[in-house]
Design a protein around this ligand. Structure first.
Ligand SMILES: Cc1ncc(COP(=O)(O)O)c(C=O)c1O
Length: 341
C-alpha cells in the first residue's frame, strides 16, 4: 500500500482531506445502502432540524495500522451502541449497529492510504455522525436522517502528547444539566462548553474540568474527556455522574487498572479530594491518557508531576492501553477488530 505523502509524526489533531466519505439516508422508514463520495460538502435543506433544533450526534474512534500491516479499530461496537443511545435520547432514527460498523469499515477502506504507518504515533480518526436532515419549522423531530462517516489522519489531541497538562476547574459555566443530555454525545454539549474551553486556553491551560452543575461539589469531566485519579492508597477513582459521557476508554482503563492491582472505583468524587490524589489524568479516544500536571481550583493549585514527568500509574496504564490498541500486545479482552479489506 502506497501511503499518502504526509508528515505523519507531526500531524495536528485537525481535519486533513482524505479521498472519500460515506453517507446513508433514512427515509420512508428505512436506511439505504449508503454511498461513497469524494464531496466534502452536504446537500442539506435549510430547514433541516440539525441546523435549528440540534438534532445531531456523533462518535469518535481511531484506526491504527499494526506491525503486520492490518488496520484495527478498538471496541467499535461500544461506539455503535452509544450512538444508538444518543439518537434515541434526542428522538433521531438510530443507525443499527451493523450499519454503523459497515459504514465505518467502508470509509476506512476507501482511505487506507491515510491510515498513518505503524510506529508514527498517529492514527486515522473516524468520525461517524447522525443528523436530522428533514425540514421542519416547528420544534419536532425530523422525518429524514443522514448517517455519515468521515475519516481524517490525526496526531495527539493535546499538543504536548503524553506530557502533563495544566487544567483549571470551571465554576461559571456548566457543560451539561442534570436530567439533560450530558450523558450522550450530542453537539449541543460541545457548543455549551466552547466558551469555557477557549477562555481556559487563553489563560494558558490545556482545558477545563467541570464540576457537577447542581451542587458544584463533585468532579464531572473535561470538555473532551473523562477524569480519573490515582489515590495514595492505590485506587483508580473516576466520577460516577449522570452528566458525563460514559467513556469507552475509561471503561477499558477500569479493566486495565484492575490488572495493575489498582482497585478501581466509580463513585462521586468530591472536588476537595483533588488535593489528596497521587496522580490525575484525562482519558478518551482523542486524549488517550493525558496526564494532568496541575489543577487550579479557585485560588489553590495542586501539582501532580513536580518533575514534569507523568506519574507511574498514568504511564503504565497508557502503555498497556496503547499496546493493545495498536496490536503490539495480545488482546485478552477481544477489544480489537481487524478491518476486513
Ligand atoms: C465529553 C466527553 N467525555 C469523554 C469522552 C471520552 O469518551 P471515549 O473514551 O468513548 O472516547 C469524550 C470523547 O469521546 C467526550 O467528548
Amino acid at each position: 500500500m502506497i501511503k499518502a505523502d504526509m508528515d505523519w509524526p507531526n500531524l495536528a489533531f485537525g481535519y486533513y482531506k482524505t479521498d472519500q466519505n460515506i453517507r446513508f439516508t433514512w427515509r420512508n422508514g428505512s436506511w439505504d445502502n449508503g454511498v461513497l463520495t469524494s464531496d466534502e460538502t452536504l446537500p442539506l435543506h435549510m430547514a433541516a432540524t440539525c441546523l435549528h433544533y440540534g438534532q445531531e450526534c456523533f462518535e469518535g474512534l481511531k484506526a491504527y495500522e499494526t506491525k503486520n500491516g492490518d488496520v484495527v479499530v478498538f471496541r467499535i461496537e461500544e461506539n455503535a451502541r452509544r450512538m444508538i443511545r444518543s439518537c434515541k435520547k434526542i428522538l433521531m432514527e438510530p443507525p443499527p449497529e451493523e450499519l454503523f460498523i459497515d459504514g465505518c469499515f467502508r470509509a476506512i477502506n476507501a482511505n487506507r492510504k491515510y491510515v498513518p504507518p505503524y510506529g508514527t504515533g498517529a492514527s486515522l480518526y473516524v468520525r461517524p455522525f447522525t443528523i436530522g436532515s428533514g425540514a421542519e419549522v416547528g420544534v419536532k423531530p425530523a422525518s429524514e436522517y443522514m448517517f455519515i462517516v468521515l475519516v481524517t489522519p490525526v496526531g495527539p489531541y493535546f499538543k504536548t502528547g503524553f506530557k502533563p497538562v495544566d487544567m483549571i476547574i470551571e465554576e461559571k459555566v456548566d457543560r451539561a444539566a442534570p436530567l439533560g443530555v450530558g450523558d450522550v454525545k450530542v453537539g449541543g454539549n460541545y457548543a455549551a462548553s466552547l466558551r469555557a474551553g477557549v477562555a481556559a486556553r487563553k489563560k494558558g491551560y490545556a482545558d477545563v474540568l467541570y464540576l457537577d452543575a447542581k451542587e458544584k461539589k463533585y468532579m464531572d469531566e473535561s470538555g473532551p474527556a473523562n477524569f480519573f485519579a490515582i489515590t495514595k492508597q492505590g485506587q483508580y477513582v473516576t466520577p460516577d455522574s449522570e452528566t458525563i459521557l460514559p467513556s469507552i476508554i475509561n471503561m477499558s482503563l477500569i479493566t486495565l487498572a484492575e490488572e495493575l492491582g489498582l482497585r478501581p472505583e466509580r463513585r462521586p468524587v468530591e472536588v476537595e479530594e483533588i488535593f489528596e490524589f497521587a496522580e490525575a489524568g484525562c482519558c478518551g479516544t482523542a486524549a488517550v491518557i493525558t496526564p494532568i500536571g496541575s489543577i487550579t481550583y479557585r485560588d489553590r493549585k495542586v501539582e501532580y508531576c513536580k518533575d514534569g514527568q507523568p506519574g507511574r500509574y498514568c504511564t503504565e496504564l497508557y502503555q498497556r492501553l496503547i499496546a493493545i490498541q495498536t496490536g503490539d500486545a495480545p488482546d485478552p479482552y477481544g477489544w480489537v477488530r481487524v478491518v476486513p479489506k
